[in-house]
Design a protein around this ligand. Sequence first.
Ligand SMILES: [Zn+2]
Length: 486
Amino acid sequence: MHYHISIADVEQHFIQLTYTISHLHQDSINLQLPAWRPGRYELQNFAKNVRLFEITDGSGNPVYYRKITKDRWQVNTKGLKTIYVSYQYYAHQPDAGACEVNEHYLYINPVHCCMYVEGRMDEPYTLSFELPEDYRIASQMEQTGMHQLSAPNFDYLVDSPLFASNCLEHHQFNVAETTIHIWFQGSHTFDVNRLMDDTKAYALAQIRVFGDLPCKDYHFLYLMHDMPARHGVEHLDSTVISLGQLADQTHEEFYQDVLAISSHELFHLWNIKRIRPEEMLPYDFTKENYSTLGYVYEGVTTYYGDLMLLQSGVWSWEQYAASFSSDLKRHIDNPGRFNYSVAASSWDTWLDGYVQGVSGRKVSIYIEGMIAAAIADITIISNSNGKYSLHNVMQDLYQKYYKHGRGYSEVIYRELLEYYSGVSFNRYFEDFIWGKGKLLSGLEEALLLVGCVLNTNKHGYLILEKRTKLSEVEQLAFNKWTTLQN
Ligand SMILES: [Zn+2]
């Protein structure tokens, strides 16, 4: 399987792709372009960005094909050994999960524009690029030569975004056994040494949670804009984070926000890229991959993104509490919390998960999932007298499920929560995961166990605060919750 990629039209933002498929021995094959991308659980129908689609044989003669779904092509390959599928793809969406080509850089998420042959997803892919000579490429894929990449299979290929330009900024450092790469496309105002120190600190905290960091190299691909942007997408060994500076943000607030989103995306390296619901193992790129477990893959990740900054000492308790309180505001401001559960909202991300939607219809797997994760964590800490926390549950999902090729289910997650807490999670799943309108009271109840309360500030919003005097038991639980312990 080989892809040749070049820039077709910078001004109109089209890239040119030629997909060479060899070793044909069937009368017909089906070509599939993904209908969605992991990380955003809704159909995106990338085929709508394809134009000038044609297939030829080795002599340049047209090969007969017809479309059998919106993004599947049936190709008549009788008597042919090799075919060439060529098309242009519209690349003008510079967010963290899409593609862009302009006069400064080429940015591709192959899940948008690369196809597979049904039944041959496990074959390796090679990629060659026709680019200006001074362009460098940043990607988790192996670089096999000048402007040449390879991926062991289709899943890895489409999980490997890349930047190519002549103005990439690159930094690297080691954390445990892993080399962390930080790439910038576009200008920025970061103190890079500070960013590297902070990244190292929260990465080490995350390694403590899971036991190890399973990639040799990990890449943060920061795409910097002049316009407002704040968006990250996780991948197996990398993340793309698209950032733009908002006028009303001071540099420091912006920087702290970048740390929060980066910590969230790194945590995904384990939680969703490796620890995966059974129903998404493997991903089916042709249609919806329904799951009610968004409160784990996004909720727990949102919770840990901030918690790791706190536990690693990058954030103070005050910074953590402020971020927690702003998430809480989003929960309270959403009347959907009285009408729909977080589990049902997870299923429905495929319907309206990434738009505002009808008022009061649903909740967010990020926000309500984060609150549910906090309740679970504190419940385990308190009931185990500080011996265990949600860390143990996440480590088991990684070490005992992912590493044995297994996904997880609600039953498995629940069994682990009950095992480490030693108490029933019946009410937790009934009221907080599948119920509605009860998360806030559940959170308040849990926070008391770690000596914290929700107080109303002068704007009428609830804010997370630590009480001034804590009992010995509360202090112990608070320490377990907020600091990294052996
Ligand atoms: Zn996420």
